[in-house]
Write a protein that binds this ligand. Structure first.
Ligand code: PEP
Ligand code: MG
Length: 868
């Protein structure tokens, strides 16, 4: 029998029983059917939107999560009523429709309804090959998914011809000892049951949970009339999108394959056509220009009305376009930004909607070089991803080698057990840093983030034989100095060789998005910046000032370290002050530069913080050099160094304790700050410096330091006969400072919470050693997250709230902020904003992430307000 209309699915007028109309569980998709993503899944909802746009979508019946759940338990819906929705002899397909397309689902089953009789009909209407291909595809899918036969049994099927079909049907019958089912209702019921059960299986559940789906996530199914894509005239299938997935720039992308179904056009090795005219080969535009024009028009319509870049799955049937589905275009971070900015520019989204569509963490992909998603990864080992971005270079094991490599303009990766302040210059010279020890707030991590330098710490699964200049990786390979490796500081992977990279994308789209985020956010974002380069980066990202300048790094500069050491070795206060006189002009120049770059924005300078011991040479060669410089016997130097050793330096003589016991250092720094203030204010915007006292735990510490700083200010004012203002504040980073904030707040203008030390002291957990067991702790659920990375709002947060409350009690106008690494973490920013903090301060490269997170919070709250 020859059908004049082989695929009657297109008959739009076809209307049937009420059973499947506006039935909340099994409904024909019409413009007003009760379909939602939360009850029927994203695909069903999207199809309804396409129907509302009057696009050529085949008839579709949607089954709700509830209906599918019941099918899995053996309760089938009214199959006859579903079939009644389609004209007789329609081939059907069933596709999954989970709430979030990323959660996956069982594969689609096509050509349901093919049987011996339809095959004969199609041989007449479409030709033997097309008929065989349709039937064969269905038999194979049914055999594997419904009859649960081993897919390997079809390996020997010779081809897709009538002969291949016969072989397949024989194989099916031999294996199941039953003929292949011929009845459409039986076929459809079998397919629905198998897909429902596949979703409820353990491995599928684990897989989707790993992608973030809740344990009880539901699956909807859509039963759709097939437009088979094979037959006479120009027939085929393909996908199209209007943007490039990597860049987000306008670019018609996709493939089309004549005489094909589903996603065949994307299969490996197929000779698919380009869509738009292309010098590389034939295109759909060449073979079916009218269909291509329609398709482009439909895609643009979808973009405008669905307010999103969509990938369109289409079929062409004898020159006519049908839209089977639309899914959000998959995209990386940089494409995502470009896409939303263009949607705003085209009047489709508002700037606030665009801001809300970009996940703050995803900006890291734009801010740094990345390993290309297309690159092959030869993973040597893993550590804690401490500073994002990717860098390739030759391995060096010492800071001196890193500097030597930099002078040869040769990118290198500095490998250390852990870094110390002595490695700063090596870190500046390196393209990336890899350490065996450490956690997210260890030295290498903090400096790496500050410099925007990719960094992996705590890579303890690799064996660091630094003496031999070798690393042994878990699979036994040995890396040596000079070998090329790549650090992926975003994922924590150490890779062999030099995979393809994507450059940072701080382009106009990024700047535009950041401008909108800035307009929306209502908490200040400052940067932690120690050097002019950091300050410049902070300005480039529009930071609203410097929230923490760690001054100690300035003393590791060449030419200063020896003077610093002389100061440490000075016998008397007068000698110490004399040596510090030599450091004063250098320190003043540092501050003048920072003030000038920041152009009148606030700059918060922390007085000297680390234990002095960190400045002393650890090696014999260094000690010998110091003895020479000081004119002392080496034995004297060694003895003095040993005498200064502390059991627990991070809890020893550091921070304000040095300010109290060796006050000349703070005197010199205060003078340098005030003199720089006057100098920078002469030829630029007026400067009001902020001076911050670290590691405070008692009111008297603040009193003592304040008295001396005030005295230095008075002296500078008198000497220079000029007035200036400054603000003195306390860095709250000991639990006691939080508890006693009411006592010292009247003496201070601001409290800045140093959550790195505060976390360390609250947990009694060394920030430099936590990396060794942190992953075990997180994996076993002891900590939800690394508390050095995401603020522990329960414990440390409680202290922050107490400190803020008590500080405000005695000084209502006090400025509150945080300047620990948590300042750049979106979850922690939410906490600070809710607690009424004025600003957060973070590494310069995290400023955009923090700003976007702040904008999300403000916009989210406003939207919430509008809804109530
Ligand atoms: C802190 O402790 O949170 C802090 C910002 O200071 P540092 O990391 O220099 O100790
Ligand atoms: Mg600290």
């Amino acid at each position: 029998m020859v059908h004049s209309e082989p695929f009657p699915c297109r008959s739009a007028e076809w209307t049937r029983s009420d059973a499947v109309h506006s039935n909340p569980h099994t409904t024909l998709i019409t413009p007003d059917a009760p379909v939602t993503a939360a009850t029927h899944g994203g695909r069903a909802k999207c199809l309804q939107r396409l129907v509302r746009l009057d696009l050529p979508v085949p008839r579709t019946v949607a089954l709700s999560f509830d209906a599918v759940h019941r099918i899995a338990k053996g309760e089938l819906p009214d199959i006859a009523a579903i079939l009644d929705e389609f004209p007789p002899d329609t081939l059907l397909c069933v596709r999954p429709s989970s709430e979030d397309p990323d959660w996956g689902g069982p594969g689609a089953v096509l050509n349901i309804g093919m049987n011996d009789a339809r095959y004969v009909e199609f041989c007449d209407s479409l030709g033997h090959d097309a008929a065989a291909a349709l039937y064969l595809r269905f038999v194979q899918a049914y055999a594997v998914h419904v009859a649960r036969l081993d897919p390997d049994m079809f390996d020997d099927v010779s081809d897709e011809s009538a002969h291949g079909l016969r072989e397949t049907l024989h194989a099916y019958e031999a294996e199941t000892e039953e003929p292949f089912p011929q009845d459409l209702a039986e076929q459809l019921a079998g397919v629905l049951r198998s897909m429902a059960r596949a979703w409820e299986g353990t491995s599928a559940r684990l897989l989707r949970q790993a992608k973030g789906a809740p344990a009880d996530a539901g699956l909807g199914l859509v039963v759709q009339a097939m437009v088979p894509g094979v037959g006479q005239g120009e027939c085929g299938s393909g996908v199209l999108q209007l943007v490039d997935t990597t860049t987000g720039l306008p670019q018609i992308t996709g493939r089309y394959l004549s005489q094909s179904q589903g996603r065949d056009a994307l299969g490996a090795g197929v000779e698919a056509l380009y869509l738009e005219k292309d010098v590389r080969g034939r295109s759909l535009e060449d073979v079916a220009p009218a269909a291509f024009a329609d398709l482009k028009r439909h895609a643009a319509h979808m973009r405008e009305k669905l307010r999103e870049e969509m990938q369109v799955e289409f079929v062409i049937e004898n020159g006519h376009v049908h839209i089977l589905d639309g899914v959000r275009v998959a995209r990386g971070g940089r494409a995502a930004v470009r896409i939303v900015v263009r949607l705003v520019q085209d009047g489709i989204l508002t700037p606030q909607e665009a801001v809300m569509r970009i996940e703050p963490h995803s900006l890291n992909e734009l801010l740094h070089r990345q390993v290309s998603p297309k690159a092959k990864r030869d993973v040597l080992g893993r550590g804690i991803p401490a500073s994002p971005g990717a860098a390739t270079g030759r391995i060096v094991f010492t800071s001196a080698d890193a500097q030597a490599a930099a002078s040869r303009r040769e990118p290198c990766i500095l490998v250390r057990r852990e870094t110390s302040p002595e490695d700063i210059r090596g870190m500046h010279a390196a393209a990336g840093v890899l350490t065996e020890r450490g956690g997210i707030t260890s030295h290498a991590a903090v400096i790496g983030r500050g410099l925007g330098l990719p960094c992996i710490v705590g890579a303890s699964e690799m064996t660091f034989l630094t003496d031999k200049k070798q690393i042994v990786v878990p699979d036994g390979r040995v890396l040596r100095a000079g070998d090329i490796i790549t650090l992926d500081g975003t994922s924590g992977q150490v890779l062999a060789g030099e995979p393809e990279m994507l450059e940072a994308a701080l382009d106009d789209a990024f700047q535009t998005l950041m401008g909108w985020a800035e307009d929306a956010s209502d908490i200040g974002i400052r940067a932690n910046a120690d050097s002019p380069a950091d300050a410049q980066t902070a300005r480039n990202f529009n930071a609203e000032g410097i929230g923490l300048c760690r001054t100690e790094h300035m003393f590791f500069e060449p030419g200063r370290l020896t003077v610093m050491r002389e100061m440490i070795f000075a016998e008397s206060s007068a000698d110490r002050a004399a040596v510090l006189e030599r450091l004063l002009p250098m320190q003043r120049d540092d501050f003048v530069q920072l003030f000038r770059i920041m152009q009148g924005q606030p700059v918060c300078i922390r007085l000297f913080d680390p234990p002095l011991h960190e400045f002393l040479p650890a090696t014999r060669t260094g000690q010998r050099e110091l003895a020479e410089a000081l004119g002392l016997p080496v034995s004297d130097v060694i003895r003095r160094i040993e005498a200064m050793e502390e059991y627990n330096p991070m809890l020893g003589l550091r921070g304000v304790r040095l300010g109290v016991t060796v006050p000349e250092i703070y005197d010199m720094q205060a003078r340098a700050i005030f003199e720089a203030t006057l100098k920078a204010s002469q030829d630029g915007d007026p400067v009001v410096p902020e001076i911050m006292i670290p590691l405070v735990s008692a009111k008297r510490e603040v009193e003592l330091v304040k008295r001396r700083v005030d005295a230095v200010a008075a002296a500078v004012r008198a000497e220079q006969r000029q007035a200036f203002d400054f603000r003195l504040g306390v860095m709250v980073e000991t639990p006691r400072a939080c508890l006693r904030a009411a006592e010292f707040s009247p003496y201070t203008s601001f409290l800045s919470f140093g959550t790195n030390d505060l976390t360390q002291m609250t947990y009694g957990l060394s920030r430099d050693d936590a990396g060794r067991f942190m992953s075990d702790y997180v994996n076993q659920g002891v900590f939800r997250e690394d508390p050095f990375h995401v603020l522990d709002t329960d414990g440390v947060g409680e202290l922050l709230k107490l400190g803020a409350e008590r500080g405000r009690e005695t000084n209502p106008g006090i400025t509150l902020s945080i300047c620990g690494e948590h300042g750049g973490n979106p979850e922690s920013i939410a906490f600070c904003r809710a607690a009424g903090f004025d600003y957060v301060s973070c590494s310069p490269f995290r400023v955009p992430v923090a700003r976007l997170a702040a904008a999300h919070l403000a916009i989210g709250q406003n939207v919430g307000r509008e809804l109530t």
